[in-house]
Design a binder for this molecule. Sequence first.
Ligand SMILES: [Zn+2]
Length: 236
Amino acid sequence: MSVRTHRAGDISEEALRAEIVRTCLRMLELGINQGTSGNVSVRSGDRFLITPSGILYEKMMPDQIALMDADGKYFGPCKPTTEWRIHRGVMRARSDAGVVIHTHSMFATTIACLRRAIPALHYYVAVGGGPTIRCAEYATYGTQELADNVLTALLERDACLLANHGLVVIGSTLSETLRRTFDIEILARQYVYALQIGEPCILPDDEVERVRLKMKTYGTQQADDPGLVRLDAPAG
Ligand SMILES: [Zn+2]
């Protein structure tokens, strides 16, 4: 995956705070947030910005977003989300992650309540970084045990379910991670619907890997598609 992350000097902290608020509002519009359950963090230099605890996204102001360091110390007028240990764990262990989004979105959480992984029923499972989106083992919300379980389930992946709880998605930028979160929620919905009718056919691991590599160059397909020819001017 792309290694572009938000670094100090790359984009100002003030601009990041505004972008986090916009992302949270977009989560509401997309229907992937339930009440105050969702939370978002973004790396900013050696620290990370993280959404506050118990404040509705519609009312959240940029200066209410906490700035936190790797030791769990935070700065700002509001306490960070109760799931700050998940965000800190990812920021410490995954240098490729610039953003963490956690939600209780309806269909991903429905699968998580069955403690099932999402299998490769659709090639889009590759947006999660591999042939399955695993389900992290259950632990009480807000605990270090849950944060550790999430890291285990995220091994070589960019997303995982949390048993009887929800979904965690990581990425390099807010826009990429929001898109990935939405795509996985749609995938979870397709899995729930498919299970109403029967057992979906599952793609083999090597096909998902082929798709994952192809998606990395999405938008520049012309280079690897010999059947696609761009003309300088309309023919004829
Ligand atoms: Zn949660």
